[in-house]
Structures are given as structure tokens and as C-alpha cells.
Design a protein around this ligand. Structure first.
Ligand SMILES: [Zn+2]
Length: 187
């Protein structure tokens, strides 16, 4: 992504709002806004496009057993594809290692960041997190649960301030009820 192009686009957008508001927009305060917006999108809100799940999960360790591992309450912020408004929430990830292969604790939150810091739909993001762990680490199974509040449902449209959306993605052995049950009990 080229920052200069983005700044130009945001400048045009502001000019557009300015003509719509009959010039009543405070142009002085907005002077640096195109630059700020471009930096915010490229370096923060969409930084996930620059990260590679393969690289994040490349360093694997051996453990003594193949017991279930759960990383819960991973905070994330994502940007809804439809309205470009944030949805904010937490993710819980569980996996059952195969052949004693695990990854460091920080890697799972990094995977969540890699997929959340993109234009997203919560359902797709949840599946992408599960698929990347399942395909790269190759555990017996993986489960991902995300819950989030969507600003696009809070400040526009239905304006439901307290509504939360929960999504889940289940791969491999977590499809077995007793394994899924164990995860939910430990969560
Ligand atoms: Zn939306």
C-alpha cells in the first residue's frame, strides 16, 4: 500500500464532505487528518495484511504430553468490511497437540492479530484463525470462539448497544462431543 496515494484519497474524501456541508467543516482541525488516517489504516488497522501466519507459527517446540492447551481472553480489534467501523472483542483458542508439537504462548495472540487487523467479517476471521493453526501446526484439532461488539450495529442501523456476536470454528478432534465438552469446561 502506498501511503502517498492514500493521503490523496483521504484529502478528496474530506473535500467531498466539505462541499456536502456547505463549507461548514472546520478545515483547520482537519488539515492533518488525511495523513493521520492513512497512517492509521496502513500501520495499525490493516497491519495484519503484512503478517504471515506461516512465519508466526514456524517456530515449534516439543512438549512432554499431548494434553489440551487453551489460550483464552485474547483481546482483538478488527474493522468490519461493510462499514469500516471497528468490532472489538475477545477470542478463545484451544488445541490438542499432535506428536508433542506446540507453539509459544505469544504466537496464538499474534495469529489472532494477524487476521483481525484486516477488513473482516467476524465469521470469516474466526474460521481463518482456526484454519491457519490447523493447517500449519497440524494439531489433532483446534477450536476458536470469538465474541465481539460491533460499532456498526451500535451507532447505526439497529443501534443495539448491548448486542454481542459469538462465532465458533471447530476443526479436527474438537468435533467429538467429549473433547469439545472438555474445552468448554476448562474455559
Ligand atoms: Zn458492519
Amino acid at each position: 500500500m502506498k501511503l502517498i496515494t492514500n493521503v490523496k484519497i483521504f484529502k478528496e474524501l474530506i473535500n467531498n464532505f466539505n462541499s456536502f456541508s456547505d463549507g461548514r467543516i472546520d478545515k483547520e482541525s482537519l488539515e492533518n487528518t488525511p495523513n493521520r488516517l492513512a497512517k492509521m489504516f496502513v500501520n495499525e488497522l490493516l497491519i495484519g495484511y503484512k503478517e504471515s501466519p506461516e512465519e508466526i507459527l514456524s517456530k515449534q517446540f516439543e512438549t512432554d504430553n499431548n494434553e489440551m492447551i487453551i489460550i483464552k481472553d485474547i483481546p482483538f480489534v478488527s474493522l468490519c468490511t461493510h462499514h469500516w467501523l471497528p468490532f472489538i472483542g475477545i477470542a478463545h483458542v484451544g488445541y490438542l497437540p499432535k506428536n508433542n508439537k506446540i507453539v509459544g504462548l505469544s504466537k496464538i495472540p499474534r495469529i489472532v492479530k494477524c487476521f483481525s487487523r484486516r477488513f473482516q467479517i467476524q465469521e470469516n476471521m474466526t474460521s481463518q484463525i482456526a484454519d491457519s493453526i490447523f493447517n500449519i501446526l497440524k494439531p489433532e484439532g483446534v477450536i476458536v470462539i470469538t465474541e465481539a461488539q460491533h460499532l456498526c450495529a451500535q451507532i447505526r442501523g439497529v443501534q443495539a448497544h448491548s448486542v454481542k456476536m459469538k462465532c465458533s470454528a471447530i476443526r479436527g478432534c474438537f468435533e467429538k462431543p467429549e473433547i469439545k465438552e472438555e474445552f468448554l469446561k476448562l474455559l
